[in-house]
Write a protein that binds this ligand. Structure first.
Ligand SMILES: Cc1cc2nc3c(=O)[nH]c(=O)nc-3n(C[C@H](O)[C@H](O)[C@H](O)COP(=O)(O)OP(=O)(O)OC[C@H]3O[C@@H](n4cnc5c(N)ncnc54)[C@H](O)[C@@H]3O)c2cc1C
Length: 386
């Protein structure tokens, strides 16, 4: 897709220039390796410092902390262009670094925490993960059972986290812990944990349906001792802080998925011209043409919901309803597009050598990760007074 096609009223010429430079980097440094990294089930750690050197890991962070000082839409541009690398897992791993594990450090962290974690994460010299989910606490975040108990000025942490992206390779984790049993939503706190802390253990690398190049860990913490300075933000405010984090996570997650759907659509369009049946290109069969028309329209509608929510976020609003709607609708569109693409490519779609199957496998995650469709509907319904 050309620059003019992708340009909407939300973006400026600076965003266009940024898009062009990320696209050139992705095409040169990432796309040629996507197949190999997907097959290997991993990508090299040095992708992070390479992205960092180009400033791509800190686009919307201020210059004082080593960022590029751009607006929130800059980070959406990164997510959209990363989706074009052909490896959803790689794009997701980078999104965890830039927009999930690190925003709470910028928003709630001390100068020492910014120096120790955020600045190296922006440079790509430290890899980050985010530890919310547990075996018995996914959608129900308030059921987190990992405990943090004060011992003198230290904290002693015990518990288990699951499905943690980057967890096998991370240098630190932004961790959600229950620090006070009877206090309900005010009984949680965030911590910054170096993964070489005694008591932190990656017990399993989980095998997944898709997103193969990203690692997903199960983590056990046994009598893990943290100093007082590991507490991130105010004690007891971890639930509210992580709900804030999840807004950005949902927005960038769905932005990437819609960009993945756009790539799938472009592949389908090209195939509709080139694949001939019954004496004409399949795109000249009205059923296929209309499928493509619907895909294009739904992608456009989903993208505009994301841009609108991101624009509001960027301008100081806390648009939970708009973000939830964008996540819900965009996730469904991404999956519908991937599913229709399987049909358009026919038998070829089922072959591992054709990337359409990967888009189908990878896209399914967005209806679950960072808050399921059902959780999005719950939020929207509550905000509508139900
Ligand atoms: C590949 C992958 C990567 C991930 N990366 C991370 C990560 O880096 N860090 C992290 O912390 N987590 C991560 N997650 C976890 C992810 O965010 C959770 O899986 C997700 O929030 C859903 O939680 P759950 O799996 O426990 O499902 P559950 O909460 O058990 O839900 C099961 C089903 O019940 C439905 N349901 C639950 N509650 C309700 C309700 N009140 N009303 C109606 N329906 C309901 C759900 O929508 C779902 O359909 C990752 C997950 C995957 C698969």
């Amino acid at each position: 897709m050309s620059q003019t096609e992708i340009r909407s009223s939300f973006f400026t010429e600076e965003h266009d220039a940024l898009r062009a430079s990320i696209r050139a980097f992705v095409e040169k440094e990432l796309t040629p390796h996507a197949e190999e990294w997907e097959a290997a089930g991993n990508f090299p750690d040095d992708v992070f410092p390479k992205l960092g050197k180009n400033g791509f890991l800190g686009l919307s962070y201020p210059q004082e902390v080593g960022g590029q000082g751009g607006d929130y839409l800059s980070t959406l541009v990164l997510k959209e262009e990363m989706a074009r690398c052909g490896s959803g897992g790689l794009a997701m791993a980078v999104a965890v670094q830039t927009d999930m594990a690190t925003p709470p450090i910028h928003k709630f962290g001390t100068k020492e925490q910014v120096d120790e974690y955020l600045k190296p994460a922006i440079q790509g010299t430290k890899i980050a993960c985010l530890g919310i989910t547990e075996p018995d606490a996914g959608s129900d975040v308030a059921n987190i059972q990992t405990t943090g108990v004060k011992d003198g000025s230290d904290w002693v942490i015990n518990g288990r986290k699951i499905f943690i992206t980057n967890g096998c390779r991370a240098h630190f984790c932004t961790l959600v812990v229950r620090t006070d049993q009877p206090s309900g939503y005010n009984g949680f706190s965030l911590f910054l944990v170096p993964t070489d802390t005694p008591g932190w253990q990656v017990t399993r690398r989980l095998d997944k349906l898709g997103m193969h190049s990203s690692d997903t860990a199960e983590i056990v913490m046994e009598d893990m001792r943290l100093p007082a300075g590991a507490l991130l933000g105010e004690e007891g405010k971890g639930f509210q802080q992580i709900m804030w984090e999840l807004q950005g996570e949902r927005l960038v997650g769905v932005a990437g998925s819609i960009a993945g759907a756009q790539l799938t659509f472009e592949r389908c369009l090209a195939y509709a011209h080139e694949r001939t049946t019954f004496g004409k290109p399949i795109g000249k069969h009205q059923v296929i043409a209309h499928k493509l028309a619907t895909m294009a329209s739904e992608i456009e509608a989903a993208r505009r919901l994301v841009y609108d929510a991101a624009w509001k976020f960027n301008n100081g609003a806390y648009p939970v309803k708009e973000i939830s709607m964008a996540k819900l609708y965009g996730a469904q569109v991404a999956c519908r597009v991937a599913n229709e693409a399987m049909q358009i490519f026919g038998g070829a779609s089922y072959m591992m050598e054709v990337p359409i199957q990967r888009g189908w496998r990878d896209s399914r995650l967005i209806r679950i990760g960072g808050g399921t469709d059902e959780v999005m509907r719950e939020i929207i319904a509550k905000l509508k007074g139900l």
